[in-house]
Design a protein around this ligand. Structure first.
Ligand code: BGC
Length: 759
């Protein structure tokens, strides 16, 4: 295989280079036979391989493949190893179906529960999302198959997703919306990254050189190539210049011509095109090192999908009814018991190898119980009282009712956002009616994002969040209902009480072409915790059939340097009678910071499996990033010396232990004082302080003479000293010009020169 890429580039014609940077079909790159450049084949993604047999088609049915649970469920496992294993399985299917790069995973944040594509995304927390994405990428790529981390960046809604301008301040972008991408890129080095459709701060992501080149390629050291989302490029030349290497889908003759002309006219430097060609060739030749032959074990993958669903489902409520035992008559109600709702609509839609039907799986595990079924609600959005009446009558006659409630695709899918967080009117009425006659009612919901439950949750005995559970999820539900498996999933996103409580509520979904991320850093639990807004189920929450105790919390050092980090450990004991798994979470609370910070942030977690009575020590390392925040003035992540609380927790609101540590910052930050810096900024800056301290007494005195220093003398009725510290030094001096020997601006410039000169 020819791999001297530099040599190949010199042999390629301009037309061949331009063509390589544009798809040949909906799913392939343009090969150059005479130079031995093969085509690269990509397929959706992310939770299954959607290989479309005709490369020219985007929409026809794909070849059968394993439909794993979608990302909401995957993240709720909090199990890195399991997600890695899923990655390996996905790669095996890619190899069997001749796919070089799988289009996934998606690591965008769940800014609002209404995001239509939330089912395809992991979490409202960038640490957790980044860990999950990195695990999946590492799994897939360990087998020589590539991934496309998507959608870079800020695809947090479907409303006007092809054009909306996401207006996000720099710190929020770095700490929330880019952090998951950064983690995945640095920890797993995806072969490719896919840009998003939307604009970010005024520029299309596909043409955004700040995002694509400055941050992704230069700052994070991303070495693969960047592809467009399908149809995301408006201006091909601007996109190439910004760092967008590959435009999809193809063919796009017009674009190829435009690139050729741009180089000929001197509008586009050929070196820019060469760099994209180099990146695409690197990945193409790397991909071809993996022979695409053989088959995969569909049964084993179905079993893996089953295992993941077992670990991802979250037991939200249980008054003791679950696990079910010795019931003779079980009413199974709800369409989704018969028609499993296990995936979402859109580009991720998989043609499954087989499907485990919940009703059948329950039948297998329900011993000798008699099962009676009623559909409960229609597939469409009509209201049919007759179906409710039928369900009520079988529920009344049974010992227990299991209600299967699936959020219909007209309410939740790629391409449009949800209008509300509600189940359908009929589903709500059904749950209320059934639980009224049958207190032993279990509700199993299948959905990709939180739903409101306040109208009915008090009336039911148990609730299982079954997610879009993948093709084998039907078995997992039966396992959990009957206790074959002890639930161990925890929420990767908050379940709010009501839509009005959600942080983005008043800034959603935007208007006149733009959406303002007005809540800033405060999304998900960062908002609810800081604002003390009660929620239905907090981030990190999930029940088990056993109980866990946390003891002997420790930190490796009570004072430590930021670059060294600190290790937290805790003993976890299974104090119940069943084997089970606990997800230990570590949050960090900054006691004092020069900038606003969320009440606490997730910075580490571990999932631990324990037999009854067993104890294991869990250790979690917290590094520099666990304590730092992005400072827009310094344009970097910084730490500040001071105390931090380390919270060892079973959920974001169930804090089991708190340890206080002292971090010593080793950063020697540059001086960022400028003409507008306030007195407070001058005195808190090491260099500014050294320069201003000898003068500050005089300045205070001048100010006192100009304004007076107590309320009686002060004709304005204000405490001017309060205002004084937060005024720019130059403004304070302006008011005192009569005392100065030079103009205030010149004086500040001189002080700035002195401060900046200090080492
Ligand atoms: C989606 C991508 C997907 C691509 C190809 C786009 O509309 O946003 O996630 O990979 O289509 O199907």
């Amino acid at each position: 295989m020819p791999e001297d890429i530099e040599k190949i580039i010199t042999q390629m014609t301009l037309e061949e280079k331009a063509a390589l940077c544009t798809g040949a079909t909906a799913w392939t790159s343009t090969p150059v036979d005479r130079l031995g450049i093969p085509e690269l084949i990509v397929s959706d993604g992310p939770h299954g391989v959607r290989k479309v047999p005709d490369v020219n088609s985007m929409a026809i049915a794909s070849l059968p493949s394993t439909c794993f649970p979608t990302a909401s469920c995957l993240a709720s496992t909090w199990n890195r190893d399991l997600i890695y294993e899923m990655g390996e399985a996905l790669a095996e299917e890619c190899i069997a179906m001749n796919v070089d790069v799988l289009l996934g995973p998606g690591v965008n944040m769940k800014r609002s529960p209404l995001g239509g594509r939330n089912f395809e995304y992991f979490s409202e927390d960038p640490y957790l999302a980044g860990e999950m994405a990195a695990s999946m990428i590492n799994g897939v790529q360990s087998k020589g198959v590539g991934t496309a981390l998507k959608h870079f960046a800020a695809n947090n809604q479907e409303f006007q997703r092809f054009s909306i301008n996401a207006v996000i301040d720099e710190r929020t972008l770095r700490e929330i919306y880019l952090a998951g991408f950064e983690k995945a890129v640095k920890q797993a080095e995806p072969w490719t990254v896919m840009c998003s459709y939307n604009k970010v701060n005024g520029t299309f992501a596909s043409q955004n050189s700040y995002l694509l080149t400055d941050i992704l390629k230069k700052e994070w050291g991303f070495e693969g190539f960047i592809m467009s989302d399908w149809g995301a490029v408006r201006d091909r030349i601007a996109a190439l210049k910004a760092g967008l290497d590959w435009e999809m889908p193809g063919p796009q003759e017009r674009r190829v011509k435009a690139v050729v002309e741009a180089v000929r006219n001197g509008v586009l430097d050929e070196a820019v095109l060469d760099e994209s060609v180099r990146r695409i060739l690197n990945i193409t030749f790397r991909a071809k090192k993996t022979p695409k032959t053989g088959t995969y074990n569909a049964d084993a993958h179905h079993e893996l999908a089953h295992k993941i669903a077992n670990e991802g489902m979250v037991l939200l409520k249980n008054n003791g009814l679950l696990p079910l035992k010795n019931h003779e008559h079980i009413a199974i109600i709800g369409q989704s018991a018969e028609n499993a709702h296990f995936q979402g609509g859109g580009s991720s839609h998989i043609n499954p190898t087989k499907v485990a039907v919940p009703f059948n799986e329950i039948k297998k595990q329900a011993d000798d119980a008699e099962l009676i079924y009623a559909p409960g609600y229609p597939m469409d959005d009509t209201f049919q009282q007759g179906l409710i009446d039928e369900a009520v009558s079988i529920a009344r006659a049974a010992d227990v009712a299991v209600l299967f409630i699936a959020l219909p695709s007209y309410k939740e899918s790629e391409g449009y956002d949800r209008a509300d967080m509600d189940l359908t009117e009929q589903q709500i009425a059904l749950i209320k009616a059934v639980s009224k006659v049958q207190p032993k009612t279990v509700v199993v919901i299948n959905n990709g994002a939180p739903v409101v439950m306040s109208e009915w949750i008090d009336g039911v005995a148990a609730v299982i969040e079954g997610w879009m559970m993948g093709q084998a999820g039907g078995i997992a539900i039966a396992d959990i209902l009957f206790g074959k498996v002890n639930p161990s999933g925890k929420l990767a996103e908050t379940f709010p009480m009501r839509l009005e409580d959600t942080p983005a509520y008043i800034n959603w979904p935007g208007e006149t072409g733009a959406v303002h991320y007005g809540e800033g850093l405060f999304i998900g639990y960062r908002y609810y915790d800081t604002k003390k807004v009660p929620v239905l189920f907090p981030f990190g929450y999930g029940l088990s059939y056993t109980t866990f105790e946390y003891s002997h919390p420790k930190v490796s050092a009570s004072t430590f340097k930021d670059v060294e980090g600190v290790t937290v450990s805790v003993d976890v004991t299974n104090t119940g009678r069943l084997a089970g798994a606990e997800i230990v979470q570590v949050y960090v609370h900054d006691r004092e910071c020069s900038l606003a910070r969320p009440e606490k942030e997730l910075k580490g977690f571990a999932k631990v499996f324990l037999e009854p009575g067993e104890t294991k020590t869990v250790s979690i390392k917290l590094d520099f990033r666990a304590f730092s925040f992005y400072n827009v003035e310094y344009k970097q992540w910084i730490t500040e010396t001071g105390e931090f609380d380390i919270l060892i927790a079973a959920s974001s609101t169930d804090i089991r232990h708190k340890l206080t540590v002292r971090l010593e910052s080793t950063l020697d930050l540059p001086c960022v004082l400028d003409i507008e810096s306030t007195i407070r900024e001058w005195v808190t800056d090491r260099r500014g302080n050294a320069v201003l301290t000898p003068l500050i007494k005089n300045i205070v005195e001048m100010n006192r003479q100009s304004f007076g220093d107590d309320q009686e003398k002060d004709a304005t009725g204000m405490d001017t000293m309060e205002m004084f510290y937060d005024m720019p030094l130059v403004s304070v001096l302006m008011f005192n010009q009569k005392f100065l020997s030079m103009p205030p601006e010149e004086m500040v410039e001189d002080l700035l020169r002195q401060a900046h000169a200090i080492k």
